[in-house]
Design a protein around this ligand. Structure first.
Ligand SMILES: Cc1cc2nc3c(=O)[nH]c(=O)nc-3n(C[C@H](O)[C@H](O)[C@H](O)COP(=O)(O)O)c2cc1C
Length: 391
């Protein structure tokens, strides 16, 4: 059991997770860590990776390993992207800024969520390097258009459009902690318990609640000008998810975004084909990290059929349950062009800010290197189904 973040060197994602658990108020840790309903998909995402075995090969001259890839005309040090994660500025002081710095150090993209604490402009002011922006399909099209313009002005070349949230999956942990609408949410008891949870994490209070202000949804301050708390923003956002959306409506996005368009939340062959028809430059095979349809399949299990259906007409990114460099190598072997990290970077950020994320990425990099060497491949383009053991 890890007790003190000062006395250990985290060796893997699980260590960062434990440190995040110590550091964060429970309501926030559970918000990151939890999945919808019985958390079947959340668990299966991870399990499905461990069920895949790699083929050990020997004597193949693996003295030089090259992890670099090209994605949308950008050369990346490795095929990883930091996935859009809402509220990252609540996990560490101005968390999106810190994660962006870590991504820059490793020369991989960071994607800012619509519901980030830091705004597009705050990140733009911090870096010369490009970052990605993620948009939820919201009812207020004028505001969506405004966000696209702001992203373009800030130099974002790649937009992730997240389409797997027409309605919100319920996370029982959030209900119990009074984060989602529940009987206790605004009761004295509910508020008191949440207050005690926060007060018993003084380091977090100092680092984030005091020094990390303003804790608003930076991209949405114009949309909710009278907001007094994150709750007010959340109320606006929850009302903005557009359950009436169809593929036809997405033409509107394609017409208004000339950069790379990535459709996130694809889990089905037919939907993958629709995304190609729309002109997507990439899709993200994703079940939102097991936070939406519980009992949806693990992403890695549907990946191979989607790869076949897409037939190289667009890039394929996968996320969900990726906790190590070995998982990344497995996903690449099954046809992904790149992987997105979700909770892994959120845990590392909560554990130790920018340094935590930088360290996590170094760990992933080393794990990928070793996995490639021991499966006998030296460059990313050589990774294919052959390295998966048929047992
Ligand atoms: C705390 C949390 C917040 C998230 N916020 C967003 C978001 O704002 N936009 C989005 O497209 N996906 C969001 N996701 C989903 C992630 O982008 C990603 O698909 C998922 O975390 C991948 O699964 P993994 O966490 O098992 O790696 C969020 C996930 C988590 C855990």
């Amino acid at each position: 059991m890890i007790r003190n973040s000062l006395h250990i060197a985290p060796a893997n994602t699980a260590d960062f997770r434990r440190l995040a658990q110590q550091r964060l108020p429970r309501q926030l840790f559970d918000y990151i860590d939890g999945g919808s309903y019985q958390e079947v998909t959340l668990v299966n995402n991870i399990k499905a990776f461990s069920k895949l075995s790699l083929r050990q090969r020997i004597l193949k001259n693996v003295s030089q390993i090259d992890l670099s890839v090209k994605l949308f005309n950008n050369n990346l040090n490795m095929p990883l992207i930091l996935a859009p994660i809402g509220l990252a500025g609540c996990y560490a002081r101005r968390g999106e800024q810190q994660a962006l710095s870590a991504a820059n150090q490793h020369n991989i993209p960071f994607c800012l969520s619509t519901v980030g604490i830091c705004s597009i402009e705050e990140l733009q002011a911090q870096t010369d390097q490009e970052f990605w922006f993620q948009l939820y399909v919201i009812k207020d099209r004028r505001y969506a258009l405004n966000l696209l313009k702001r992203a373009k002005q800030a130099g974002c070349e790649t937009l992730i459009l997240t389409v797997d949230l027409p309605v919100l999956g319920e996370r029982y942990r959030d209900v119990r902690n009074g984060l989602s609408a529940s009987k206790n949410r605004n009761s004295f008891k509910g508020k008191f318990k949440r207050g005690i949870d926060i007060a018993s994490h003084p380091k977090w209070v100092w680092d984030v609640a005091i020094k990390g202000k303003p804790l608003t949804f930076g991209n949405l301050t114009d949309a909710v000008p009278n907001a007094n708390s994150l709750d007010d923003f959340k109320g606006w956002v929850d009302n903005q998810f557009d359950a009436s959306m169809t593929w036809q409506d997405l033409d509107w996005i394609r017409d208004n975004w000339s950069g790379n368009l990535v459709i996130k939340g694809i889990l089905d062959l037919d939907d993958a084909k629709e995304a190609v028809k729309l002109g997507a430059d990439a899709i993200v095979v994703s079940n939102h990290g097991g936070r939406q349809l519980d009992s949806a399949p693990a992403t890695i299990t549907v990946l191979p059929d989607i790869v076949t259906a897409v037939n190289q007409q667009c890039k394929i990114i996968v996320d969900g349950g990726i906790r190590s460099g070995l998982d990344v190598v497995k996903a690449l072997a099954l046809g992904a062009d790149a992987c997105m990290l979700g909770r892994a970077w959120a845990y590392a950020l909560a554990a130790d800010g920018e340094q935590g994320v930088t360290q996590l990425l170094s760990i992933f990099e080393n794990e990928m290197r070793v996995a490639m060497a021991l499966t006998g491949v030296t460059k990313i383009s050589d990774i294919n189904q052959d390295i998966i053991a048929k047992i």
